[in-house]
Design a protein around this ligand. Sequence first.
Ligand SMILES: Nc1nc2c(c(=O)[nH]1)N[C@H]1C(S)=C(S)[C@@H](COP(=O)(O)OP(=O)(O)OC[C@H]3O[C@@H](n4cnc5c(=O)[nH]c(N)nc54)[C@H](O)[C@@H]3O)O[C@H]1N2
Ligand SMILES: Nc1nc2c(c(=O)[nH]1)N[C@H]1C(S)=C(S)[C@@H](COP(=O)(O)OP(=O)(O)OC[C@H]3O[C@@H](n4cnc5c(=O)[nH]c(N)nc54)[C@H](O)[C@@H]3O)O[C@H]1N2
Ligand code: SF4
Ligand SMILES: [Mo]
Length: 699
Amino acid sequence: MNKPVALRTVRSVCPHDCPSACALDVDLVDDCTIGRVRGAKDDPYTAGVICEKVARYAERIHHPNRLQYPLKRTGPKGSGQFERISWDEAMAEIATRFAAIEAEHGPEAIWPYFYAGTMGHVQRDGIHRLRAAKGYSRQYETICIGTSWPGYIAGTGYLAGVSPEEMAESDCVVIWGTNAVHTQVNVMTHAMRARKERGAKIVVIDIYETATMAQADMGLILRPGTDGALAVAVMHILLRDGLADRDYMARHTDFSPEFEAHLETRTPEWAAEITGLTVEAITAFAHLVGNTPRSYFRLGYGFTRQRNGSTAMHAALCIPAMTGAWQHRGGGALHSNSGTWGLDKSVITGDRLQKGNPRWLDMSAIGPILTGDPAALVGGGPVHAMLVQNTNPAAVAPDQTLVHRGLAREDLFLVVHEQFMTETAEFADIVLPATMFLEHNDYYTRGGHTRVLYGPAVVERPGETRSNHEVINELAVRLGLDPTDFSGTDRDFVAETFRRSGYPDLDTVAQTGFVDRTRAEDEQHFRQGFGWPDRRFRFTPDWQAVADKKGYMWTCDPAELPRFADHWDIIERTDGEHPFRLATSPARAFLNSTFNETPGSQRREGVPSVFIHPNDAQRLGIVDGDPVTVGNRRGQVELTARVRTGMSLGVLIAEGLHPNKAHRGGQGINRLTNATPAPPFGGAPFHDIAVWVRHSNLH
Ligand SMILES: Nc1nc2c(c(=O)[nH]1)N[C@H]1C(S)=C(S)[C@@H](COP(=O)(O)OP(=O)(O)OC[C@H]3O[C@@H](n4cnc5c(=O)[nH]c(N)nc54)[C@H](O)[C@@H]3O)O[C@H]1N2
Ligand SMILES: Nc1nc2c(c(=O)[nH]1)N[C@H]1C(S)=C(S)[C@@H](COP(=O)(O)OP(=O)(O)OC[C@H]3O[C@@H](n4cnc5c(=O)[nH]c(N)nc54)[C@H](O)[C@@H]3O)O[C@H]1N2
Ligand code: SF4
Ligand SMILES: [Mo]
């Protein structure tokens, strides 16, 4: 077959929930069809590189299974039996049911539910405008950032760090708790530049030998949930061996004799016992960062998906504050730049329209909420209706047994707006077909770099698909809300948001495709001080002050938190019945549950499997390729064993969110995860799971 000839190439942005926010060059074959997708060469962060799954986007946008028409359920809940209906019928039914449920149970019985399927602000966050104007239940956003952001803010007081492009000027790049080769490939571009041009050392800290660690000069494989112990032992060594910058600490941190006395007890021997690392490995790492002023800490999400994730993030972040790496170009840390956009999004989110003071429901606790757990419902009544956009909780949310039981309730009216017939859509009463990013207008941010990018509609939409923005506006008007707040195009909303934010006007931005929000170098490095009133970095965190800054809600007794940066020993314990620790690390060719529908990604990832150490496998009579069952009190999942080294004994790794149905037995990996909110402010500990494993045929 001849390759189709590109008609023209347009600039766009990857909309998916990945810190890289790549600028894309998309070939158009005709008005409806895309060809190749490449990373923009002239974007300084993307630098011409994108992941393989987005390079193959034609497979997703032109997928034969894309939803194209509204559907209404005809069989039992979850049966997947639907009939085609018109948009008018669908919207009329939704409006009638929502109005009736509100009349009978009050507006808090309706819970619009969303997440980050698209990271475009107009399409993603418009659901809040409807929520606010109606006084529906609010959504506490914990599933991804619930533990990591608070841990970072606890130190710096501000959610921002050194531009990732500066990594190229580092002498040591520490990639901590992120599998960047899978989850944000562009980190590698800049880290590898530093190695090539300056001979920088790359350190990777994970719980197994990831594709990222395979490229490292130093790989530290520690036991899950023990990063805090490694971090405080590193600080112990820095102080002991005269590698701490006491002058920097005196000027820019709250370093105290009490904290120093605390660290005296955190010896490398103590940490070796907890982390499973050797004293020599811990010492070598401490000496490397202690002797390398330009050390850049790229702190990921993965190590914070443990119950002690917030304190682990804070402890790791303390290292560059002790060495003074922050002062130097190419030194410091980055977790997320999401505090820096300076956007006024009120036209999208409708803050001014907020009716009453409705309850906040924790998105991670969707299972307990829908099955009537009084604590999760925060004292209020049941949820009777949901509008779901941009997320697939029946696959991605923790404690899947409860999630499915809840979604299957006959007295829950469920509307799902989707691009595909996901596990969640299968439970719906009404399914609405959604556009994709190349078919609507939006602007995008992500914490992994410093630019805000614009992505215009460039191809025709298939069938009767509609954008989130259009659905929210139409539903609001049908529910009797003031059309002035719910009319105008998505492009109008982008333009108005830019205007309110003091950004350049949209026509200008559309020329280049981005707004550069890179802050002054001194600000990125906190050279004039950190984001607390005394301008000092905090080794002794004030978690209440963190909560006050961001409106976080406590999920534990504040007195339980360790006083100083520390290892907090609260992860799920193994026991005789559950002797293994499972982490559900990311797959390279899936993005959460997105792309698990495309053939190229399915080929790359194969069957749902679990990595197991050869000694553990041998003891349990398991050989590579065997069917195994992994389980705990919450559920059981069928996987295929992959026997491999490069991980600790007693650890299991299941990469990726395969479709639930791809597992023998049809139960997805989140059958095993826990929906109890992590302390101090909530979040789902997806990599913190005690389980058993056995050969499936030896029951
Ligand atoms: N290909 C791909 N890309 C993705 C995603 C995806 O699913 N697939 N997801 C996207 C989303 S929504 C997000 S938030 C980001 C997340 O991206 P990351 O920041 O990379 O976070 P995770 O994917 O949760 O996990 C990263 C690594 O943390 C490791 N880990 C788990 N527990 C521990 C621990 O206790 N200590 C240490 N040191 N490491 C640990 C895991 O083994 C894994 O290798 O990636 C985004 N990009
Ligand atoms: N076991 C385990 N579970 C996890 C994780 C883990 O590491 N392990 N990671 C967690 C993390 S970090 C996150 S962020 C969550 C993410 O969970 P989700 O936010 O649910 O992410 P996706 O699975 O990518 O699902 C996004 C859905 O949005 C749809 N979508 C995309 N664009 C649009 C649009 O414009 N309109 C509409 N209506 N729909 C759209 C896509 O088709 C897709 O089905 O998953 C979490 N779940
Ligand atoms: S998923 Fe991430 S790496 Fe891939 S194109 Fe999108 S932003 Fe870039
Ligand atoms: Mo995420």
